[in-house]
Write a protein that binds this ligand. Structure first.
Ligand SMILES: Nc1ncnc2c1ncn2[C@@H]1O[C@H](COP(=O)(O)OP(=O)(O)OP(=O)(O)O)[C@@H](O)[C@H]1O
Length: 368
């Protein structure tokens, strides 16, 4: 999978950008706050229709402007795709593939896959469960269009149910619709759990070997999936999971009404990381959690390759400078395949990774 070129209009601090990239290594360098991350964010947006750091699309539109445009030419499966995202402050965003409007973001899956790695990811293990759910969701959405659709639907239902629970005291008639929402949330929730369990199983197969290699054979990493307590087998068919989710909702109905919060469902899921049998989140050292986070990210890249036969585009945002020499060396050794974008503050010598193209960014523009 190769991102051949990228065009931006009014995206973040770029009034306009046009770049054509190397199929190998691309180094994007410049001083702080010049727009290096913004560029990777735009690339990732074309693969996931979401940003790793913006909650709303409108944050991506340049200040004082009412629309933004992102276009990428992608080579995959011996074909060329033109992906476009048109963002607007006043209207729904539009996503297009080869000029055809997409109905859902899920339809982007499989055209451009990216694995983004930024310094915050080094805290993937230490942070709360939300960060690990986001990691899982970003990966699975790119591999399974149906998952992306279920997740979007689940989020809509969750927000609606949260409003019902928040306001039912003042408007008791809202409770008339609660059962309907519960059923639909359990149906989409069952699908989400099924897909997450299968992805975590794959991750659980790929990550330990990388981590073992990385830690010089000293540590054993294991992964687990923590979901709704009534679910006995998250790998089971969604139909079986549905019944167990409904039972959990039923037993938490009263508590939800009292707490006025949605307490039942996969929105609380976690990916559990164990190092030598202990929960890494609580017991691992800073160095160990970094190594484990890197192993997870590198493993996800390998799963993309196994699934699609092509390496995803790797976006390394300022991450190498955060790593000590040994970890840097390990990552560089492991990423010799596929297209790579690396941002850094100084021009880097990366000739060992093959032909590298260099882009110097200043103030939201390419320095020619
Ligand atoms: N919607 C927006 N409109 C205009 N400018 C924006 C918008 N969002 C962010 N910016 C600007 O983009 C710049 C940050 O860009 P970016 O995060 O890409 O920096 P960077 O080059 O990666 O820096 P660092 O090396 O510090 O990580 C900031 O100056 C910020 O004010």
């Amino acid at each position: 999978m190769i991102l051949r070129s990228l065009t931006l209009d009014f995206f973040r601090n770029y009034p306009h950008f046009e770049g054509t990239f190397s199929p190998g290594v691309n180094v994007i360098w410049g001083e702080n706050a010049q727009g290096k991350t913004n560029l990777l964010e735009a690339m990732a947006y074309l693969s996931t229709a979401s940003s790793h750091r913006a909650r709303y699309d409108k944050e991506l539109i340049q200040f004082g402007v009412d629309h933004a445009f992102v276009k990428g030419e992608v080579e995959t499966r011996d074909r060329t795709f033109t992906l476009e995202a048109r963002l607007s402050r006043g209207a729904r965003r539009q996503l297009l593939s080869n000029g055809v409007k997409l109905k859902t973001a899920g339809e982007l899956a499989g055209v451009l896959n990216t694995v983004l790695f930024c310094p915050e990811d080094l805290w993937l293990i230490r942070e709360g469960a939300a960060v690990r759910r986001r990691f899982l969701d970003t990966c699975i959405c790119q591999l399974r269009p149906r998952y992306a659709e279920a997740l979007a639907e689940y989020r809509r239902l969750y927000e609606h149910k949260t409003r019902i629970l928040r306001d039912w005291g003042e408007h008791p008639s809202l409770l008339d619709t609660l059962d309907e929402f519960n059923l639909r949330m359990a149906q989409t929730g069952a699908l989400i759990i099924h897909y997450r369990a299968h992805f975590i199983r794959r991750l659980g197969e790929a990550t330990p070997a990388i981590h073992r290699d990385f830690s010089g054979g000293r540590e054993e990493l294991e992964l687990g999936y923590e979901t709704v307590s009534t679910v006995t087998d998250p790998l089971a068919q969604p139909r079986a999971i549905l019944e167990e989710l409904l039972a959990h909702q039923q037993s938490h109905r009263r508590a939800e009404l009292e707490a006025r919060q949605c307490l039942s469902g996969p929105h609380k899921d976690d990916l559990v990381v164990l190092l030598d049998g202990l929960r890494a989140r609580q017991f691992a050292s800073q160095g160990q959690t970094r190594t484990a986070a890197l192993s997870l990210k590198l493993a996800s890249r390998e799963i993309f390759f196994q699934e699609t036969g092509e390496w995803p585009v790797l976006l390394l945002d300022d991450v190498l400078s955060e790593l000590d020499g040994k970890r840097q060396e390990y990552v560089l050794k492991r990423i010799t395949n596929g297209q790579i974008f690396i941002t850094c503050c100084e021009e880097m010598e990366l000739s060992r990774l093959g032909d590298a193209r260099t882009f110097h960014i200043r103030g939201g523009a390419l320095v020619e």
